[in-house]
Design a binder for this molecule. Structure first.
Ligand code: UT7
Length: 338
């Protein structure tokens, strides 16, 4: 268990999804699939698709502006920017540097990207937690932004129906109130299982498509069944591990916010942990799997809907390619409400 102070907590949240909706029926015009198959196998009804001009940094910037506004701080107060993305605008500059520029943040601060696929936001929380506690920083801006539509193979029905674009952000800050904010965090990775969910250079020229969907140089491939089994196993283990470390039981939880990949994975974890479904946040029906952005988008929605109040114990848990996984236990705290 960590020392009681300083505490590191989420001062502001923001989310952004592109305007364009791609429904299951739209997809059935592109590949051999149906609304019924997608809903019953995954729970997804529609997803958002970024416009050709809209990059990860544009979506991340919008989410970050909202997080800074909600935090009630000035953008000049941001001391650190970290972005999780598997779809950076460019390898260099990093998406964090693009966002720093677009927001007009100070230049005496670090800005960098990390890649941990769908687990990216949990990795960001751990990095920000340690950098704030150890360093000379007060406010970190963490952003998960994904234009997954640009790496989806729109001819592969086994993957293209699952993903969507979007971004989520948080201002993560330091305070002297003991035992609030991030109570514990566990992370894991297993590179020996990297082939299960990968993004590789296309071996053939990208096909033109008539649906106005992005055609990139890389494509995602996945062994869905194996990923599913591993997801249930390691997400359940991560939850148990972080709860055990913090001495908190599942009964104490107000809400669990899992990575939004498949409602059957989420139901299996809730069952495994014996957590009532009313305490499980799910919004994948509207957005599909937005990779690293899925947890902060769902967290922001839960907060906006009034499902989170000061003092609540909130468990975030993710799983993704790499393989990577992790869980964070939060004691919800916002000084304005305290
Ligand atoms: O964020 C990272 C983590 N990603 C995940 O967590 C995804 C994990 N995996 C899954 O969510 C599920 O495995 C899927 C939703 C991807 C697939 O569900 P499934 O129940 O494992 O289906 P399946 O792959 O076993 O496919 C069943 C059948 C197959 O046909 P046959 O062989 O039984 O004739 C597939 O070819 O469904 C077929 N199929 C489809 N049919 C209509 C696969 N994709 C589609 C499709 N539409 N889109």
């Amino acid at each position: 268990m960590r020392s009681p102070t300083p505490s590191v907590f989420l001062l502001g949240l923001g989310a952004y999804v592109p305007e364009r909706r791609l429904t299951n029926d739209d997809l059935s015009q592109i590949v051999d699939t149906s609304d019924e198959w997608i809903r019953t196998r995954s729970g997804i009804a529609e997803r958002r698709i970024a416009s050709p001009e809209e990059n990860a940094s544009d979506m991340g910037t919008r989410a970050a502006e909202r997080a800074i506004a909600q935090a009630g701080i000035d953008k000049a107060d941001i001391d650190l920017v970290i972005v999780a993305t598997t779809t950076p605008d460019t390898p260099i500059p990093s998406t964090a540097c693009h966002i720093q520029r677009k927001l007009g943040l100070r230049t005496d601060i670090p800005a960098f990207d990390i890649t941990a696929a769908c687990s990216g936001f949990i990795y960001l929380l751990q990095i920000a937690n340690h950098m704030l506690r150890a360093g000379n920083y007060q406010h970190a801006l963490i952003i998960a932004a994904e234009k997954i539509s640009s790496i989806v193979d729109w001819q592969d029905r086994t993957t293209c129906v699952l993903f969507g674009d979007g971004a989520g952000a948080a201002v993560v800050s330091k305070c002297d109130t003991p035992y609030v904010g991030i109570l514990g965090n566990v992370l894991g990775a297993d590179g020996t299982k990297g082939d299960m969910l990968a993004c590789r250079l296309r071996t053939e020229p990208a096909p033109a498509n008539s649906a106005g969907l992005p055609v990139g140089t890389h494509t995602v491939s996945m062994n869905g069944k194996e990923v599913f089994k591993n997801a249930v196993r390691v997400m359940s283990q991560s939850c148990r591990s972080v709860l055990g470390k913090c001495g908190v039981s599942t009964d104490d939880l107000a809400l669990i916010i899992p990575h939004q990949a498949n409602f059957r994975i989420i139901d299996a974890i809730a069952e495994e942990l014996k957590i009532d479904k009313s305490k499980v946040m799910m919004n994948l029906e509207r957005y599909g799997n937005t990779s690293a952005a899925s947890i902060p988008i769902a967290l922001e929605q839960a907060f906006t809907e009034g499902r989170i109040k000061n003092g609540d114990k909130i468990l975030l848990v993710a799983f993704g390619g790499g393989l990577t996984w992790g869980a964070t236990l939060l004691h919800w705290y916002q000084p304005a409400q305290a």
